[in-house]
Write a protein of this length. Structure first.
Length: 352
C-alpha cells in the first residue's frame, strides 16, 4: 500500500509525526509532501527535527498568498505529484487551504481521500477553515473523527459511509511527548504552577477587526490585574496590535515570542487555566485537565462546552467567568484513549 500524505501548517506537522510512526510500523509506504503553506523555520523545519519524522519527499514552497491563489497553486503542484506517485490513498489533515487543495486534486484524479479530523463543524460558516473542512468531507472516502460529536455532525448531513470514530491524533501525541515537555519559559518567566493563565489569540475574526480586538484586549487587561497572563503572541496578532495602536492594553500582560509545541505544553500543564481562540489548544487544555475560556462565537469542539469544561466568553468579564470553570476530575475518553493513529492505520490497511 502507498499513502501520499500532504501537510503544510503547524498542526498538520504535529499530527503527521504520530501517524507516520504507525504507518512505518505497519510497513506502509508513505510519500510525504510539504506544501509550504507555513514556511518559516519555527512553523516547519523544527517539527521535522524535534519529532524525528521523515523529511518530506516533496516541498512545494507555496508560501503566503491569497486563499484562492494558495489553494490553486497547491492543487496544480500536488496533482503532478499524485499522477507521478500513483498512491492508493491521499491522506489530508484538518482544515487548511492545503487540506482542501489535496482533497480536490486527489478526488479529481479518482484517488480516494482519507481525512483526519473530519466532521468538525462551527460558525461562522464563511470562515475559511469551515469552508475547507466541509468541502473536504464531501469528497473523502474515509472520514476519521476525533469525537462522537463529529460522527453525529456528519450523520446530520447525510454522510455515514466510511465514517469512523478513531479519537484524536493530538491526544496520542500529547501522551507520547508528555515526558518530554519543556519548562524553559516557566522558569524564565518565574512562574509558579497553578498561578497563571496561558493566552493565545490569532483568529481573523478576533484580531483583524480593530473594535473586536480592542474589546478583547481591554477584557484581558482587567483580568491581568488579578491573574498573571503569559501570552506567546502570534505574528498576525502582534502586527494588528501595532497597526491599531493597542499596545497599551498589553502593559500588564507577559508577552513572549511564539513557542514550540513542547514548551507550550509545558506552560499549559502547569497553568491555572487557558484563554484562547485556538481549536487545537482548547483540546490540549482538556488533555492537561485545565479549563479554558474561549474567545469564539462557536468553539468547534462543542462537547467540551457541553461538559462545562470550557466556556465561551461572549464579551463577559474574564475575571468573573474564571470563577465558574469546572475544576478537578474531567470526563474521560471524549477524544479516545490515545490510540487514534493506530486505529487510522488499521482502517487504511483494511481497505487493501
Amino acid at each position: 500500500m502507498r499513502i501520499l500524505s500532504l501537510v503544510g501548517a503547524r498542526p498538520q506537522f504535529i499530527k503527521e509525526a504520530i501517524v507516520h510512526r504507525e504507518l512505518k510500523a505497519a510497513g506502509i509506504t508513505e510519500i510525504l509532501v510539504n506544501s509550504g503553506q507555513h514556511y518559516d523555520h519555527n512553523m516547519s523545519d523544527v517539527f521535522f527535527q524535534d519529532f524525528d519524522i521523515k523529511a518530506p519527499d516533496y516541498n512545494l514552497g507555496v508560501g503566503s498568498a491569497s486563499h484562492g491563489e494558495m489553494t490553486g497553486r497547491i492543487i496544480i503542484e500536488f496533482e503532478q505529484i499524485a499522477m507521478k506517485e500513483r498512491p492508493d490513498w491521499v491522506l489530508v489533515y484538518g482544515d487548511t487551504n492545503t487540506t482542501l487543495a489535496g482533497a480536490i486534486a486527489a478526488s479529481k484524479l479518482k484517488i480516494p481521500v482519507a481525512h483526519v479530523e473530519a466532521g468538525v463543524r462551527m460558525h461562522p460558516k464563511d470562515m475559511p477553515e469551515e469552508i475547507n473542512r466541509t468541502l473536504t468531507d464531501r469528497v473523502s472516502k474515509l472520514l476519521f473523527c476525533a469525537s462522537n460529536k463529529s460522527v453525529d455532525n456528519l450523520a446530520s448531513e447525510g454522510i455515514t459511509s466510511g465514517v469512523h470514530f478513531t479519537g484524536d491524533v493530538m491526544y496520542d501525541l500529547f501522551l507520547m511527548l508528555k515526558p518530554k515537555f519543556k519548562y524553559d519559559y516557566n522558569e524564565l518567566c518565574n512562574l509558579k504552577p497553578g498561578s497563571y493563565a496561558v493566552l493565545t489569540l490569532h483568529r481573523d475574526f478576533n484580531v483583524d477587526n480593530q473594535q473586536q480586538l480592542q474589546a478583547i484586549l481591554r477584557n484581558l487587561a482587567e483580568f491581568a490585574k488579578q491573574t498573571k497572563i503569559i501570552f506567546p503572541i502570534h505574528p498576525r496578532t502582534k502586527k494588528r496590535v501595532s497597526e491599531f495602536g493597542l499596545d497599551a492594553f498589553l502593559k500588564d500582560i507577559h508577552v513572549i515570542e511564539p513557542v514550540d509545541y513542547l514548551n507550550l505544553m509545558g506552560l499549559v500543564t502547569e497553568s491555572q487555566l487557558i484563554v484562547t481562540d485556538s481549536g487545537g489548544l482548547q483540546k490540549e487544555a482538556y488533555y492537561a485537565e485545565k479549563p479554558a475560556l474561549l474567545f469564539m462565537s462557536d468553539p468547534a469542539w462543542h462537547e467540551l462546552v457541553e461538559e462545562g469544561i470550557n466556556i465561551l466568553v461572549n464579551d463577559r468579564p474574564l475575571s468573573q467567568l474564571a470563577k465558574t470553570l469546572v475544576k478537578g476530575s474531567y470526563p474521560k475518553n471524549i477524544y479516545g484513549k490515545g490510540d487514534a493513529s493506530k486505529k487510522i492505520v488499521e482502517i487504511l490497511k483494511s481497505q487493501g
